[in-house]
Design a protein around this ligand. Sequence first.
Ligand code: CMP
Length: 143
Amino acid sequence: MEKTFLMVKPDGVQRNLIGEIVARFEQKGFQLVGAKLMQVSDELAENHYGEHKERPFFGELVDFITSGPVFAMVWEGEDVIKTARTMMGATNPAEAQPGTIRGDFGVTIGKNVIHGSDSPESAEREINLFFKEEELVSYKKQD
Ligand code: CMP
Protein backbone atom coordinates (compact mmCIF):
# COMPACT_ATOMS: atom_id res chain seq x y z
CA MET A 1 0.00 0.00 0.00
CA GLU A 2 1.24 3.51 -0.84
CA LYS A 3 2.71 5.70 1.93
CA THR A 4 3.33 9.43 2.16
CA PHE A 5 5.14 11.78 4.50
CA LEU A 6 3.11 14.67 5.93
CA MET A 7 4.32 17.26 8.44
CA VAL A 8 2.39 19.90 10.37
CA LYS A 9 4.83 22.84 10.22
CA PRO A 10 5.73 25.03 13.23
CA ASP A 11 2.90 27.51 12.46
CA GLY A 12 0.34 24.67 12.43
CA VAL A 13 1.61 23.30 15.76
CA GLN A 14 1.58 26.81 17.34
CA ARG A 15 -1.98 27.36 16.15
CA ASN A 16 -3.23 24.05 17.64
CA LEU A 17 -4.07 22.58 14.22
CA ILE A 18 -2.56 19.10 14.76
CA GLY A 19 -5.90 17.54 15.77
CA GLU A 20 -7.83 19.20 12.93
CA ILE A 21 -5.30 18.04 10.35
CA VAL A 22 -5.07 14.47 11.68
CA ALA A 23 -8.90 14.32 11.75
CA ARG A 24 -9.15 15.25 8.06
CA PHE A 25 -6.90 12.39 6.96
CA GLU A 26 -8.58 9.93 9.36
CA GLN A 27 -12.03 10.92 8.12
CA LYS A 28 -10.90 10.53 4.52
CA GLY A 29 -10.11 6.91 5.37
CA PHE A 30 -6.33 6.93 5.38
CA GLN A 31 -4.37 5.05 8.02
CA LEU A 32 -1.80 6.67 10.32
CA VAL A 33 1.24 4.37 10.54
CA GLY A 34 3.78 6.70 12.20
CA ALA A 35 3.77 10.04 14.03
CA LYS A 36 5.94 12.16 16.32
CA LEU A 37 6.22 15.68 17.67
CA MET A 38 9.84 16.69 17.12
CA GLN A 39 12.31 19.51 16.78
CA VAL A 40 13.94 19.53 13.32
CA SER A 41 17.73 20.06 13.39
CA ASP A 42 19.50 22.35 10.89
CA GLU A 43 21.07 19.26 9.32
CA LEU A 44 17.73 17.50 8.83
CA ALA A 45 16.12 20.69 7.48
CA GLU A 46 18.91 21.24 4.94
CA ASN A 47 18.66 17.63 3.86
CA HIS A 48 14.87 17.62 3.64
CA TYR A 49 14.79 20.84 1.59
CA GLY A 50 17.94 19.93 -0.42
CA GLU A 51 16.18 20.37 -3.77
CA HIS A 52 15.56 24.05 -2.89
CA LYS A 53 19.20 24.78 -1.98
CA GLU A 54 19.73 27.26 -4.82
CA ARG A 55 16.47 29.15 -4.23
CA PRO A 56 16.67 32.63 -2.67
CA PHE A 57 14.30 31.58 0.13
CA PHE A 58 16.31 28.49 1.18
CA GLY A 59 17.65 30.19 4.35
CA GLU A 60 14.14 31.28 5.32
CA LEU A 61 12.82 27.75 4.74
CA VAL A 62 15.43 26.21 7.04
CA ASP A 63 14.98 28.93 9.69
CA PHE A 64 11.22 28.47 9.70
CA ILE A 65 11.07 24.69 9.81
CA THR A 66 13.57 24.68 12.71
CA SER A 67 11.81 27.53 14.58
CA GLY A 68 9.63 25.25 16.73
CA PRO A 69 8.30 21.70 16.95
CA VAL A 70 6.73 19.99 13.94
CA PHE A 71 4.37 17.01 13.89
CA ALA A 72 5.80 14.46 11.46
CA MET A 73 3.53 11.70 10.15
CA VAL A 74 3.41 8.78 7.77
CA TRP A 75 0.03 7.95 6.25
CA GLU A 76 -0.92 4.93 4.22
CA GLY A 77 -3.68 4.30 1.68
CA GLU A 78 -4.61 4.01 -1.95
CA ASP A 79 -3.20 6.94 -3.96
CA VAL A 80 -2.44 8.71 -0.66
CA ILE A 81 0.42 10.84 -2.08
CA LYS A 82 -1.74 12.58 -4.68
CA THR A 83 -4.90 12.69 -2.57
CA ALA A 84 -3.07 14.26 0.37
CA ARG A 85 -1.67 16.95 -1.95
CA THR A 86 -5.21 17.68 -3.15
CA MET A 87 -6.45 17.88 0.45
CA MET A 88 -3.56 20.24 1.33
CA GLY A 89 -4.32 22.68 -1.50
CA ALA A 90 -1.96 24.92 -3.47
CA THR A 91 1.43 25.81 -1.93
CA ASN A 92 0.45 29.48 -1.84
CA PRO A 93 -2.51 29.79 0.58
CA ALA A 94 -3.80 32.73 -1.48
CA GLU A 95 -4.36 30.31 -4.35
CA ALA A 96 -5.57 27.35 -2.28
CA GLN A 97 -9.26 26.48 -2.60
CA PRO A 98 -11.55 26.82 0.43
CA GLY A 99 -12.02 23.36 1.95
CA THR A 100 -8.35 22.50 1.57
CA ILE A 101 -6.02 22.69 4.58
CA ARG A 102 -4.04 25.64 3.22
CA GLY A 103 -7.18 27.26 1.83
CA ASP A 104 -8.79 27.13 5.26
CA PHE A 105 -5.79 27.78 7.53
CA GLY A 106 -2.76 28.95 5.54
CA VAL A 107 -1.49 32.50 5.81
CA THR A 108 1.61 32.99 3.65
CA ILE A 109 3.58 30.85 1.19
CA GLY A 110 6.23 30.27 3.85
CA LYS A 111 3.80 29.72 6.74
CA ASN A 112 1.53 27.33 4.90
CA VAL A 113 0.75 24.94 7.79
CA ILE A 114 1.63 21.58 6.22
CA HIS A 115 4.18 19.82 4.04
CA GLY A 116 3.42 16.72 1.97
CA SER A 117 5.55 14.60 -0.33
CA ASP A 118 4.97 15.38 -4.01
CA SER A 119 5.94 12.03 -5.60
CA PRO A 120 6.63 8.39 -4.71
CA GLU A 121 10.38 9.13 -4.82
CA SER A 122 10.14 12.07 -2.40
CA ALA A 123 7.76 10.11 -0.15
CA GLU A 124 10.31 7.32 0.22
CA ARG A 125 13.18 9.76 0.75
CA GLU A 126 11.31 11.89 3.30
CA ILE A 127 9.90 8.92 5.26
CA ASN A 128 13.43 7.52 5.57
CA LEU A 129 14.84 10.91 6.59
CA PHE A 130 12.34 11.42 9.42
CA PHE A 131 11.52 7.88 10.59
CA LYS A 132 13.42 4.73 11.51
CA GLU A 133 11.83 1.52 10.24
CA GLU A 134 10.89 0.45 13.79
CA GLU A 135 8.96 3.70 14.32
CA LEU A 136 6.42 2.69 11.67
CA VAL A 137 3.67 0.19 12.37
CA SER A 138 1.70 -2.06 10.10
CA TYR A 139 -1.78 -3.02 11.20
CA LYS A 140 -5.11 -4.10 9.83
CA LYS A 141 -8.23 -2.16 10.84
CA GLN A 142 -10.60 -4.32 12.90
CA ASP A 143 -14.01 -4.92 11.30
P1 CMP B 1 6.79 22.82 1.19
O1 CMP B 1 5.76 21.93 0.60
O2 CMP B 1 7.18 22.58 2.59
O3 CMP B 1 8.10 22.74 0.28
C1 CMP B 1 8.88 23.84 -0.06
C2 CMP B 1 8.40 25.07 0.61
O4 CMP B 1 8.98 26.26 0.14
C3 CMP B 1 6.94 25.26 0.36
O5 CMP B 1 6.23 24.31 1.09
C4 CMP B 1 6.72 26.71 0.77
O6 CMP B 1 6.36 26.82 2.14
C5 CMP B 1 8.12 27.29 0.57
N1 CMP B 1 8.12 28.33 -0.45
C6 CMP B 1 7.83 28.20 -1.74
N2 CMP B 1 7.98 29.38 -2.37
C7 CMP B 1 8.40 30.27 -1.43
C8 CMP B 1 8.74 31.65 -1.45
N3 CMP B 1 8.65 32.36 -2.58
N4 CMP B 1 9.12 32.21 -0.29
C9 CMP B 1 9.22 31.50 0.85
N5 CMP B 1 8.90 30.17 0.93
C10 CMP B 1 8.50 29.58 -0.20
